[in-house]
Design a protein around this ligand. Sequence first.
Ligand code: NI
Length: 184
Amino acid sequence: MIYPIVMYGDAVLRKRASEIVKGTDLKDLIADMFETMHAAHGIGLAAPQIGKSIRLFVVDGTTLEDEPTLKDFKKIFVNPKILGETGTEWEFEEGCLSIPNIREEVARKERLRINYYDENWNEFEEEFTGMKARIIQHEYDHIEGKLFIDYLTPLKKRMLKGKLADISKGDVEIDYRIAAPLRK
Ligand code: NI
């Protein structure tokens, strides 16, 4: 099942998502999240983006031909906890399915250590670097109620105000289903 993707301006994107009870069967939801993400040509999707305020996100960079480091990067993160971020900050242009048609440079640390569960409640602790780390940091921010535009300078934010208002109203050119909070 493909969910509509929640647009910027919806309160669910600003809430710290809740921990999922261990043992919960997430298989159908996870399958739907991958389906929804693929339909929108995204490489990451967090549960709040389909209106569910729970600590879960999926990533799939395997379709990005120009990013060979991501060729086996298809993963599920349940109740993730970033244990530490290290290395030099590097900038890269990010986008977000909940903030369509806006791309901006965001600086993030190059390496992270994370504890998480998979869909079968197996626990992992792993280190990720570079683009993998960046995708995880972006999605992890979603379950903390944070968005990539929060990192922009006040001037940049002011310049995007009109576009963001349009997104909240669902006034965007996009080829996937959306749920806009201020759509009339
Ligand atoms: Ni996003």
